[in-house]
Design a protein around this ligand. Structure first.
Ligand SMILES: [Zn+2]
Ligand SMILES: [Zn+2]
Length: 254
């Protein structure tokens, strides 16, 4: 009786394992954004794909801002012509707007770490100009208290996914956030700049001197955060500083 009970339990557990393997193999892949069934894994459905603005040339040679018409290979946008940034070149995959928000925030707030794999491939492709010849990916750090709550840093997750897609090594935790900065959601450009001033530093004994580094983040809004990170990396004598983000917000009208 006991032997038969053991046999039954073991058989049931084997069947369960087998069943799981079969289900994993046949479950249709889901859209990264809305969860609808799609043809291949790590993809968007047609509707979500159509709603998202993916950046493509012609664009500003420095910041990657798309132009409506081709205006020459080395053309700069108005902002880049007006002000010099601490970074050399920036690229983003897609426009951050109300249609892409849930996709992007899925990485930050949901338990959607698997979407990072797809984003890493997109960023590797869209960022080919900033990644060529780069030595290190430097994710924008979270303050440890926020990291503790969220369990992972979405920028580091993206950096590792870019590395997995063929990108350079990840210098995780080389850049640290010295103080907690308030959430920037409702702040204007000047307030954001004040908010992050002096917030970052190099971790002692981590040297980027002479290295070509690329800052990685999920969203670039006004650019205040990546600008401050780039200043720190410049002061630490990085040979060049690129920026690669998943999404970038554009002011309406641009
Ligand atoms: Zn969808
Ligand atoms: Zn530009």
């Amino acid at each position: 009786m006991q032997a038969s009970a053991t046999f039954t339990a073991r058989t049931a557990s084997r069947l369960l394992q087998l069943g799981r393997a079969v289900v994993d193999g046949v479950l249709p892949p889901r859209c990264l954004s809305c969860g609808d069934i799609v043809d291949e894994p790590d993809a968007l459905c047609g509707r979500c794909w159509g709603g998202i603005t993916f950046f493509a040339p012609p664009w500003c040679v420095l910041c990657g801002l798309p132009f409506p018409h081709p205006i020459g290979e080395d053309a700069l946008c108005g902002n880049c012509a007006r002000e010099r940034r601490a970074w050399d070149q920036a690229r983003a995959v897609l426009r951050y707007d109300k249609r892409s928000r849930s996709l992007v925030l899925g990485l930050k707030h949901g338990d959607h770490t698997h979407v990072a794999r797809a984003f890493g491939r997109w960023m590797h492709r869209a960022g080919s100009e900033v990644l060529t010849g780069a030595d290190l990916l430097v994710p924008v750090p979270l303050h440890w208290t926020r990291l503790f709550r969220r369990r992972y840093n979405q920028a580091a997750l993206l950096a590792h996914a870019i590395r997995a897609a063929g990108g350079p090594d990840v210098a995780a935790d080389w850049l640290v956030r010295r103080r907690r900065t308030p959430v920037q959601g409702h702040l204007g450009p000047a307030a954001r700049e004040r908010n992050v001033r002096g917030a970052f530093a190099m971790r002692p004994r981590c040297s980027v001197a002479g290295k070509r580094v690329v800052i990685v983040d999920d969203v670039m809004t006004t650019g205040a955060t990546v600008e401050e990170c780039a200043r720190v990396l410049r002061r630490a004598k990085a040979a060049s500083v690129g920026v690669l983000t998943l999404a970038r917000a554009l002011r309406t009208g641009t």
